[in-house]
Design a protein around this ligand. Structure first.
Ligand code: G5P
Ligand code: MG
Length: 219
């Protein structure tokens, strides 16, 4: 059976990463693919790729489609070669119309993946600024916290590995707002390419667990 491909579409801070991690923990065989996490790992490792994307990411601009498609494709090929996969949750990919075309083509050619569908998490710009200004992440695993609503047990330390939590370079208010605008400008191109009937919208503001329950039903 082919693996399902579910895109989590939504502005920065809409909860894509938080919800993707929750669902992949709950549903065995579902895997989380975040191009943002992959780029941040490259930056942390000091690789050539990491060096080439570091400034772009810190300023909230988009990495080129070619580089992003390559990073995405090699990660998915690696995951598919490791064993059976029920589904992929794509978080932060695709981000442009050309990436969406690449993804649709990639799924068809692979022979192992269904055509992609999307869930769009809807949030306001103000909610996003509040959330991201208070976000902390574990740069090693990508695990996400909110200083007030989902704080770590020990302030500034990850619950799992005990290591330092950091604030992302692109989580400064002015960069958050420009990332939000960039998402808004790209969103229709992505949805048109997928087809409106392949996109479900879910309110992204409210209790994280209530949103997770709604997403579980759609899965
Ligand atoms: P990323 O890493 O893909 P963004 O901008 O798409 O970054 P981001 O900021 O990671 O998205 P998110 O994953 O949607 O946001 O949100 P999250 O981390 O889960 O939650 C945000 C905060 O809100 C957290 O503190 C969380 O605890 C809290 N929260 C979550 N859910 C709830 C809730 O229900 N209620 C409440 N109260 N709080 C909640 O991309 C980064 C950069 O990498 C490059 C670009 O430069 C990009 O800017 N990049 C790409 N470039 C080109 N093409 C691509 N495909 C690229 N992918 C990445
Ligand atoms: Mg994220």
């Amino acid at each position: 059976m082919k693996a399902r491909v579910l895109i989590f579409l939504g502005a920065p801070g809409s909860g894509k990463g938080t919800q993707a991690k929750k669902l992949c923990e709950k549903f065995p065989g579902w895997l989380h693919v975040s191009t943002g996490d992959l780029f941040r790992k490259e930056i942390a490792s000091g690789s050539e790729l990491g060096k080439s994307v570091q400034e772009i990411i810190a300023s909230g601009k988009l990495v080129s489609d070619d580089t992003t498609n390559q990073v995405f494709a090699s990660q998915v090929e690696r995951l598919l070669s490791q064993g059976p996969v029920k589904g992929l949750i794509l978080d932060g990919y695709p981000r442009t119309r050309p990436q969406t075309q690449f993804l649709i083509d990639f799924c068809r050619k692979s022979g192992k993946l269904e055509d992609p569908k999307a869930i769009e998490l809807l949030v306001s710009e103000e909610a996003v600024v509040e959330r991201l200004s208070n976000r902390l992440i574990n740069p090693r695993s990508g695990r996400v916290y909110h200083k007030l609503f989902s704080p770590p047990r020990v302030p500034g330390k990850d619950d799992e590995d005990g290591g330092e939590l950091i604030q992302r370079d692109d989580d400064k208010p002015e960069v958050i707002r420009s990332r939000f605008k960039l998402y808004t400008s790209q969103r229709d191109g992505i949805v048109n390419e997928l087809g409106n009937d392949r996109v479900n919208q879910v309110p992204g503001e409210g209790e994280t667990s209530a949103i997770a329950a709604q997403l579980s039903n759609l899965l």
